[in-house]
Ligand binder design. Sequence first.
Ligand code: ADP
Length: 633
Amino acid sequence: MNKERIKLGSANKMADSASDKDEKAMGLFMSAPGSVLIRRGPELSLTFINDTALYQTGLTRADIIGKNIDDTLKKMNSSFDPALFRNVYKTGNPFSARAFHIRHDLQGKGEIADTWYDLVIEPIFDLEGRVDGVATFSHDVTELIKANNELLRKQNRFALIADAIPHKIWTSGPDGKATYYNKGWYDYTGASELEQLRQLIWGALHPDDLKPAMDTWEKALKNGEDVEIEQRFKRFDGAYLWHLTRVCACKDETGSVTMWVGSSTNIHEQKCAEEALRESEAQFKALTNSNSLLIWQTDEHGTTTFVNDTWRAYTGVEKDAIDKNEWLNNIHPDDRIHALQQFNDAFNARLLIHSKYRFLDVRTGQYRWMLDNAHPVFNPEFGGYIGSMTDIQEQEMAQLATNLLMEKKDEFLSIASHELKTPITSMKASLQILYKQGYMENMHWEKALPMITLANRQVNKLTHIVDDLLEVTGIQAGNIQLNKTSYVFIDSLKECIQQIEQQVPDYDIVVDNGTDAVITADRVRIEQVLGKLLSNAVKYSPNKPKIIVRVIADKKFLKCSVTDFGIGIPDDQQPFIFDRFFRVHGSSQNFAGLGLGLFIAAEVIKQHNGYIGFNSKENEGSTFWFSLPLSTK
Ligand code: ADP
C-alpha cells in the first residue's frame, strides 16, 4: 500500500502540475487503456479526465471539467456514491474494489447500463502532505463479468437439471477422476461431499460387478470409447439395486478426451420383472414340456409363437420360428382343409377351438388322431390362442372297433335270424302237410316218410347252428374240454367223407393218403374240424364238384389238407378268414353260413397244439390244411 501511495505520490505531482494547466504532462494518463479521473479540493472538482473515461461518459470535457463531485456524477447519470470519494479525501485512506458495480449512462446513449470496474480511489497529497484531492483509476471488466455470470448461470442451470432428473449423473476429468456428482448420487449413497463420494463409489459396487466394471472403465479410459454396463450399486441402507450405467467421452477437436460424463439409471424393478418373467417362462416351458400334450400358442395374428418339446418331437420341427401355417403340413391331407376352416372360423370370432384331425408323427411315419382344444387369450386385449393337442388314437381305434363290432353284430343277427328262419319255415311247412294229410286224408306211412326226413334234416341244420353258437360261447369263456384218445386218423377221416358223400353224392372226393398214422386227440372235435373243412369245400365250389383230401405225416406231425376248385378267397380278405363271424364280403352272401366254422376249427386245432392255414386264389379254389402233433407209438 505504501509503495502504491508513493507511486501515486509521483502521479500526484504530475496531477498537481496538470492542475497547473500543464495538461500535456498528463499525456501518459490521457491515452491509458483504463479510466483516470482526478478531482481536487474539498468540492472534489474534476480537474482531469482521460480519453478512455471521457468516452465512457459520452460527455465533453467542457461538460464536466471544473464541476464538483455531485455534479459530475449527476452529469454521468452514475450510481457511484460520492461519499466514497469524500471518505478517501477525508481519511486519506485509499479505496479499492474488484468488479465494482456501477450503473451509469454509458457513452451518453441515454440508457442506464450495468458496468463493472476494478478500481482504486487514491488520495492526492499536496507538498505539505495534506490530502488535496482524489485520483480514480479504473479498468472496465464488464465483459469479463458478464461472461462469468453467463458461465455461472449455465453451470447452475446444468446442476439444477442434473439434480432434477431421476438419473444419477457424474463427470470426471480425462484421467477418470470424478469432478462432479449430482444430487441423485448423494441421496442414493448418503455421502455428503464430493471427496467422500469419490472414496466410496467403487466400494458401493456389488462385489460380483466390481471386476467387470473396472475392466470396462479401464477399456473406456484406454480407448476413449463410450461404454455401457449393468451393475448393482449399494444404497445408503445397504440394498443393492440394479443400474444401467452409460459413460460418454467428451472430446475436443483433436479427438482427445476432455471430460467423461456418466449416468446411472435405476433399472432394478425392470430387472426384477425380467427375472420374474424369465423364471415364469422357464416354469411354463418346463411344465409344458413335461407332459404328453402337444402345446402351442399363437399371437393375435394367428402366427405360432410357441410350441412345446412334445410338439417338436412329433413334427420333427427343430427351428425356433414356426411359419404361419406350418402346423397344417403335418395334418392328414383329407383333414387339412376342415381343420384350417375350423381354426379360422373360431379365430375370427375369438371362440373356443375344438377340432379333431389326424396328425403325422414323423418318428413313426404314422398319422394319429388328435383332439385339438384351444381358447383365446385376452390380456385384456386379444393376444392370440393357446391350445393343446391330445393323442386320442387309442380311443379312436377303440371307437372304430366298437363301431365295427356293432356293425358285425347287426350283420350277424340278420344272418342268424335268416339261417334259423329257413329251416324253421321248411319244418313248419312239412309238419303242416303231415298234419293236414295225416288227419284229413288218413295218409300212408310211405307218403309221410319224405316229409319227416325233410323235417329231420332241418332239425339237424338247426342243431348245427345252435351247436356252433354254443361252441363259440364256450370258446369265448375258455371252456373247451378235450377228451383225447389215440386213433388212426385216416379211419376217422374216411367216416367223415362218407357222411359228406351221402349229402352231396355228385361230388368226387378223392383221398390221397400216405399214412396210417395214429394221433392222440379228441376224435369228435377233430372230426368236427374235418366236417367243417369238407362242407366249406363243397359249399364254396358250386359247379366244381371235385375235392382232393391229402394226408401226409413226417416224424412229428400229421398234415391233412382239403382242396377245392371253387370261388377262392380274394387276397385282401384272407387275413381275417379265421376271425369270429367273418365272412368274405360279396361272394359269401350267396351261401348260407354264420362265419363261425373256421373260427371254431382254428380254436380246436390250437387246443391240440397244432397249426391251421390255407392257400387260396380267387376263382381258382382253396386248400385248407391243419397239422397235429403225432403221438409216439
Ligand atoms: P361260413 O359259415 O360263412 O362258411 P366259415 O367260418 O366256415 O363260415 O367260413 C368263413 C368264410 O370263409 C366264409 O363265409 C367264406 O367266405 C370263406 N370260406 C371258407 N371256406 C372257403 C372255401 N373253401 N372257399 C372259399 N371261401 C371259403
